[in-house]
Design a protein around this ligand. Sequence first.
Ligand SMILES: Nc1ncnc2c1ncn2[C@@H]1O[C@H](COP(=O)(O)OP(=O)(O)OP(=O)(O)O)[C@@H](O)[C@H]1O
Ligand SMILES: [Mg+2]
Length: 263
Amino acid sequence: MSEVLTFNDVSVVRGRKDLLKDVSWEVKEGQRWIVLGPNGAGKSTLMNIAATRLHPTRGTAGILGETMGKVDVFELRPLIGLSSSLVANAIPANETALNVVLTAAYGMTGRWREKYEKLDERRAFSMLHQWGMSTFMNQPFGKLSEGERKRVLIARALMTDPELLILDEPAAGLDLAGREELVAQLTELAANEEAPALVLVTHHLEEIPPGFTHILMLNAGEVVAAGEIASTLTEENLKATYGMDLSVREVDGRYSAVARRVN
Ligand SMILES: Nc1ncnc2c1ncn2[C@@H]1O[C@H](COP(=O)(O)OP(=O)(O)OP(=O)(O)O)[C@@H](O)[C@H]1O
Ligand SMILES: [Mg+2]
């Protein structure tokens, strides 16, 4: 299995604060990762490094066989799909849904543009269609609902057929049915052998799609635990992550957690 991410003692320091501290993490081809941790734990910071948007202060970040700092990030970016609030905030409100997806292709070699424009347009439409958004293709991004926006962002992240797909809280703001639909679609994606390596940041165990294989648990910029979900998502590790006694349930591959009742 080839390496998708090889992070060795990655730290990000801002002022006197360590946003990430000595994070070592390996993601291999075919793996599907969940990243869990309280607000401010450093999840999005870590995702921004994986997506080449941020350089570590210390340590080495290997991404798809290249090392950050030693490679032109613009060569790597088309190989990495990212859906996050950072991406959402960078999109002009008047951009149509189709254009939001289509412009992901502009990161690729400019001189191909004219020849490939129609092809790109068809792929962008098909991506929107796959994520149930084709009827919204002409609607401005700023006028889409939260859930619709999330779907457009995932379609955009997949536009370049990446080798790594990073979804930072894709279910935030979705209604219950919308969440369940997204979980079903991500379950399908996880089962697809052709799909890229997946990294999904979430706050809720209910959002872990069955078929996801690994979990990284962070607290205050440090790794609490990392490994296969079945052996790593334990009540002990959840307590170390959140500082709270939680009781975990798993039914048919779906997880949930609630505070442990004190008798
Ligand atoms: N440029 C910066 N300078 C100083 N602190 C920063 C900077 N960027 C982020 N932080 C801080 O780093 C910490 C980690 O932020 P990050 O966005 O990675 O957390 P997160 O785990 O994604 O949280 P959430 O679950 O709320 O999205 C936060 O405490 C945040 O305030
Ligand atoms: Mg975040």
